[in-house]
Ligand binder design. Structure first.
Ligand code: ADQ
Length: 457
């Protein structure tokens, strides 16, 4: 069966810096012959409405442009100013502008209009993430009968938080138009099942099955993984090593703590810096000996909350350096840009501690990449937020409450002095877990669940 993927952005072969997820999805489509639909990333005054088609290595890519208004309402609006903050428990940041949802809906309808004519009845369709929740229902209205699956990359919030959304019933009904709905963790599944029951679904929690509105929907956790070998290979590559030497020049013998994130308020960055400051204040032996390298790549720069967080972090990093720096030691290196995967892998490997402290995160792949990049003879320690989906699989990390600055500072101290044997033991168990549930396992499990729908029919 052919696999058809729809996602907000499409990683076409021309884009060199495709991340692990893009490579994983492309792999799935290459296995079955596939089609990938999505937004081109371009905003045009008068978008043609016809997709641009490119084919390479057994995969066809079809992308469409958006108009400025569509981009504002769908992407910057309902997706990133309503759903993103709300699903990350930031009800205080969520915009409830009633004009944005219809714009979001229209872009989903446009996706469906473009996709439907090229779908065949024995295709499997896999829709990704919060930008495209209504797409399944739109495809059904266009007469598509094949199995439709949806995967949510971000958390599904607790029912009381979710119900702060003015049109939460409508959104949940959109989700119930798919045959398979996948989440990152069991907690997300349970939160959604609770909502499904509240809006009239007949829910079997044990099997994750919902009967609602004349359909049967299977809900399950499919925690996303990474390509473990790719990261460990990248970390050892000569180019990573050469670059690393340049990048680390000037850090001297410092022990490195690394944070790598998109610059997003969900990632808990101000509290992370505060915890590092607390480490230097409470455990003064680390002064002059430990450096925090925080790499934060700007994203969603048109959304005002992202401008605010950027200013806040610049101030916080300056404050710590002002308080503790010596002429030959700067405690925080704060870098505002994206890095190549090979450079990241080298930096992960060089860092004694990987610090991943989101306030909320669907999964968090940085936590997994950090572990995969370690040298088994001398592995570093992962300090991980209990509110990242990854914490459900990675209990050999030092699990922290990211809001509790003292707790995070104490875990950093513990990581910095952890004996080699304990580091090796923890790392071995973590990496075995990553291998068992890697990116190939993830996509195959989801596609298999969708294929099961087709077989049962
Ligand atoms: P993100 O919120 O983007 O993803 P994450 O899972 O950490 O978060 O993935 C980020 C990816 O981007 C990683 O592969 C990382 O290496 C890369 N990256 C981050 N900062 C970078 C930088 N400064 N330079 C270069 N690369 C950088 C969403 C959800 C997550 C979920 C993923 C996948 O929010 O919870 O894990 O999707 O499902």
């Amino acid at each position: 069966m052919r696999l058809v993927v729809a996602s907000n952005r499409v990683a076409t072969p021309a884009q060199q810096s495709s991340g692990g997820l893009a490579v994983g999805l492309r792999g799935a489509m290459q296995e079955n012959g596939g089609l990938w639909f999505g937004w081109s990333g371009d905003v045009k005054a008068r978008p043609s409405g016809r997709p641009r088609i490119v084919s390479a290595d057994g995969v066809t890519y079809a992308t469409i442009d958006l108009s400025p208004e569509e981009h504002d309402l769908y992407y910057n609006g309902y997706a990133n100013r309503t759903l993103w903050p709300l699903f990350h428990y930031r009800v205080d940041l969520a915009a409830f502008d009633r004009a944005e949802y219809p714009g979001y809906q229209r872009v989903n309808a446009k996706f469906a209009r473009v996709m439907a004519p090229s779908l065949k009845k024995d295709d499997l369709v896999w829709v990704h993430d919060y930008h495209l929740i209504p797409l399944g229902e739109e495809l059904r209205s266009a007469g598509c009968r094949m199995p439709l699956g949806f995967f949510l990359h971000i958390p599904f919030p607790a029912p009381e938080v979710y119900k702060a959304l003015y049109n939460y019933k409508r959104l949940a009904r959109h989700l119930l138009c798919y045959d398979v709905v996948g989440f990152q963790t069991r907690t997300d599944v349970d939160a959604f099942l609770a909502i499904a029951a509240q809006i009239g679904g007949d829910v079997d929690s044990a099997t994750g099955t919902v009967q609602a509105f004349g359909r049967t929907v299977r809900c399950a956790a499919f925690p996303i993984g990474i390509d473990v070998d790719e990261f460990s290979r990248l970390a050892e590559s000569p180019s990573a090593k050469a670059q690393l030497k340049r990048q680390l020049n000037g850090l001297g013998e410092s022990n490195l703590i690394i944070g790598v994130d998109r610059l997003d308020y969900s990632k808990g960055l101000p509290d992370r810096l505060a915890a590092f400051e607390r480490l230097l204040a409470d455990y003064p032996a680390n002064r002059r000996r430990v450096t925090l390298l925080q790499i934060a790549a700007p994203t969603r720069v048109d959304v005002p909350e992202y401008v605010d967080i950027r200013h806040e972090l610049e101030t916080a990093a300056g404050h710590i350096n002002g308080r503790f720096a010596e002429f030959d030691w700067e405690p925080v290196r704060y870098i505002n840009r994206a890095y190549k995967r090979s450079s990241l892998a080298g930096l992960y490997r060089a860092a004694r501690v990987g610090l991943v402290t989101p306030h909320r995160d669907g999964m968090n792949l940085v936590a997994k990449e950090y572990v995969a990049a370690q040298d088994e003879r001398d592995p570093g320690v992962l300090v991980l937020s209990q509110f990242a989906g990854a914490a459900a699989q990675m209990d050999d990390a030092l699990i922290v409450n990211p809001y509790d600055i003292q707790d995070v500072a104490a875990a950093l101290q513990r990581a910095l002095v952890m004996p080699l044997a304990e580091r090796q033991g923890r790392w071995r168990r973590l990496v075995d877990g990553l291998r068992a549930e890697d990116i190939v396992w993830w996509r195959r499990s989801f596609v298999e669940a969708l294929a099961g729908v087709a077989r049962r029919r």
